[in-house]
Design a protein around this ligand. Sequence first.
Ligand SMILES: NC(=O)c1ccc[n+]([C@@H]2O[C@H](COP(=O)([O-])OP(=O)(O)OC[C@H]3O[C@@H](n4cnc5c(N)ncnc54)[C@H](OP(=O)(O)O)[C@@H]3O)[C@@H](O)[C@H]2O)c1
Length: 193
Amino acid sequence: MVRKVTANVYMTLDGRGAFPKYPGSERPSRKPTALFRHMWIARYDDVTTVVMGRRSFLGHRRVWSGKARKPSDPPYQVDYSRFLDRVDKVCLSRSLKSPGWENTRMLKGDLTRVLARLRREKGGNIIVEGGPRVSQEVLSRRLADDYWFFVMPVVYGRGPRYWGPMREQNTLKLLETKHGEDGEILLHYETVR
Ligand SMILES: NC(=O)c1ccc[n+]([C@@H]2O[C@H](COP(=O)([O-])OP(=O)(O)OC[C@H]3O[C@@H](n4cnc5c(N)ncnc54)[C@H](OP(=O)(O)O)[C@@H]3O)[C@@H](O)[C@H]2O)c1
């Protein structure tokens, strides 16, 4: 089976890698949003590897590992943490000594080679879950088979930029669009090879 590489890219309308506050963005939710269902819950079965840069990894470990869950958390958050605990995680880093999260490998080096190596391994699909520096490299080198752009309704003006010089044009095919409850738009594109 060919392992598909999907990049999840969370961006402001002006293409910045940040998580700004906007009306509704921090609404306490006992149930998953439709976009969360689509981006994660629907993919628990076919995704077996999640790749993150060191900062994104440490942020996820702090907020989303099973150890971070509290008894009062809604069941969907517990399920998401269970998924992240069990999935094969790849933390990209040259500085972190030990991941401190089960089922995690530390890898480093050229991202094209790292992803090619993962594709050759047995397993299901692969998600590259940021952070911005890693996503930017995936975008500029055209490393993913498809992209899920989660666009927040904010022109932010600061934070890491996703758009910049490209090695070559990346032509994409739009597969679907979805609207979030708080004005977000999910754009799902596939790379045209
Ligand atoms: N919008 C979003 O999706 C999002 C997500 C996460 C974070 N953020 C925010 O964005 C800011 C910047 O985050 P970031 O882009 O620097 O985070 P990141 O991409 O998660 O982490 C960058 C780190 O990953 C490691 N790395 C990346 N590529 C590597 C490779 N090929 N080989 C080895 N190590 C590699 C390096 O770690 P070492 O220094 O250890 O070598 C590098 O410093 C943060 O302040 C964060 O709050 C935004």
